[in-house]
Structures are given as C-alpha cells and as structure tokens.
Design a protein around this ligand. Sequence first.
Ligand code: HSE
Length: 411
Amino acid sequence: MKKIAVMGFGVVGSGVVELCDKNAASIRRRAGVDVQVKYILDLRDFPESPYGEMVIHDFGTILNDPEIAVVAEVMGGLEPAFRYSKELLCAGKSVVTSNKELVAQKGAELLRLAKEHNVNYLFEASVGGGIPIIRPLHMCLAANEINEIAGILNGTTNFILTKMIREGMSFAEALALAQQLGYAERNPAADIEGTDACRKICILASLAYGKHVYPQEVHTEGISNITLRDVQYAGDWGGVIKLIGRARRLPDGRLSVMVSPAFISHESQLATVDDVFNGILVRADATGDVVFYGKGAGKLPTASAVVGDVIDCVKAEHTIQSLSWSDSAADTVCDYRQTPACFYLCCRGAKAVQAVRNVFGSVRFLHREGAPAEEAAFITPEGTEAQLAAQIKQLESGGTEILSAIRVLDY
Ligand code: HSE
C-alpha cells in the first residue's frame, strides 16, 4: 500500500481524490500496489465532502510523515506551491503537479532538485489537461529531433471562440459558461490574454529543446481583440481563427517561441479542434507530424494526468532521466521581430485599397458581406515582423486606420 497526499482541494484536487477512489482497482493493477489518499491539504474545511476527514491545514504533517512518498501539488500559483515542492523533493518525496505557472517559471530548479534527491517531479497535467503530451515528447519521440511544436493549448479561449463563431454567443456569456464548467483559471485574464498558453508552450519548448524557456521571453497576444468581422474574413480566406502557441528551433540554435491568435487553414488538423479541446502538433524529423488531441481542461481529464503521474512515481525507483532540461541564458529565445510572418490586415480609409497597393504591391484582398466601402482586408506578403511593422506604420501615416492584424500560419 502506498499513501499519497493531495495539496489543494479545488477542481483538480477533488478530481484526483475521486479518481483514486473510483478507479482504485485498475490503479492497483497498474501501480502494483494499492494507492490511497491519506491527506488533503487545504485552507478550508469540507464537512459535506465524503473525504472531509482527510483534510488538514498544516503542510508539516505531510512533510514529516515518512509514510507519504508521493504528493500531488494541485494548488496552483507560485507560492506557497514552490516552497512546498522544494521542501518535499529535498525530503525525498516525489511531487506531481498540474501547476503550469510553477513548472514554466521554476521547472529547471525543481527538476534539478528531484535529480539530486533521486525522486521525481512530474507534470503531465500541466499541458493539455487529459492529453498525454509530456510523456510522449520525452519518451516515445525521444529518438527524434523536434523541428517544431504548434498547439491550441488553452481550452477556455478555444471554447469561447467556438461558442462565438458557432452559436453567436457573446464573449462574456461564453466566458461565464467556461468558468462554470471549471475550465477557466481563477483569474480568467490568464486565459484570455494568452498567459496560460504561454506557460504551456514554454514547458513544451523547454522539454523539446533541453533549455528552460521563460514566459517573460515569449511574445504573447490573447484573443480579447478578435471580432466577428475577423472571423468572417478568415472564413473568406479559407480558415478559422485559433489561439496558437508555437516553438521552433532556428538554424543558429536559438528558439522562436510565440503565442498569438492566427488564421489557420481549414486543411490543417488544428482547424477542427473546437470547444474545450486542445490539439498539439509535433513536427519531428523521423516521425513527421504527430497530432495529440483531447480535453485540455476540466476536473477529471486533468485529474487523469495527475494520477497517471502518481502511478509512475509509485513504480519508479530512480529519477526519470529523460524528463529534464537545464537553465538557460537570456538570449535563448530570439526577438520575435526577426521572425518571418504573413499577416491578415483589416484597415479603413478613404483610399484604403490604393494605399495598400502602394505599400505592399499586389496582395490578395478578402471579402465579407456588408463590408463598408472604406474597409479593405488582405493578406500581406511574407516579411520579418519588423519589416511588416514598418509597412503598417507607413499605411497609418498615410491616413489609413488599422482595425486588425492577425498572423497567418501554415500548420
Ligand atoms: N484554464 C486552462 C484552460 C485550464 O482553459 O486550458 C487547463 O490548463
């Protein structure tokens, strides 16, 4: 029998406890022993819960109990989760987590501590909810060079975009529903502004390329400026708008990592990833494209990944070597303005079409029903982001107003 502790009894924590209970027999078969929750750490009491008696308020109880070998940290946030995780690893206990903020900021340090104490720090649940992506990336695809990763990594924003496009639901209504279903972050700005997707692409890039990619190095844009007008133009172009996190290794060894909304062709496998689903495309040199798809948020999908990690920790006798990356220098990620891009631009002005031709030459104009005469939407030729920014400025200084600028990607 292995006893574990769960830190945090929110959406994911309660899912972890329920899953350990409900699937105890299959977990025993796979772990080789019974796995039982002994403690649940939370600030609150849960007298109504069938698991209420396991709730404790003192972290020291878990830290000092030799019977506890594995702890699930599903509290979220940097502190006290960081301090607790460090103390547990140093005490020789394995830690598993869904805490993407912590892994994205402190992963290199926590992985190093796990190695030093011959235990594990696992975080399958931190990216893609119930989708297996961390383990496939460092185990099943271990023989490959990873050329590129691109994914729809945030369930809440994908849910909101889908509801707006398919059902004409307002942004606020769709967000409220996502919160009700337990998809959104405590502060949903982290979803809407792309921060959550940024943390996740940082984790994937760190794992794929072996160097810690910090969120503050990654250019990040959210979905709060996307309008139904943009959605219509995307349809005319032949695709949809998705929030995409992407990472790629450049020939000089640096990384290009970014999060932004993007036009994605209907032909792309990512275009059909709707609702709360996430889709992650890994472009590897031996396999070619591999796509992972499933529920990227929610109580039981995320708990499934946490408990899967608990089972691996129970079975592991040593630190899993392939799950690691080293700390990195500040110039690991290149300045996004140096990367090549194409944009969809929507602009307004008395002579918008002529102004666009003057600046960009021959371009593909897009159409939508009911567009005002002064509106022009088109796809720019490819240039570096810096060149395109200069061209956009040129348009603006000639009196043309830019209404939207969204990247066009070819996954
Ligand atoms: N808020 C996150 C999302 C939860 O919507 O994807 C899962 O990480």
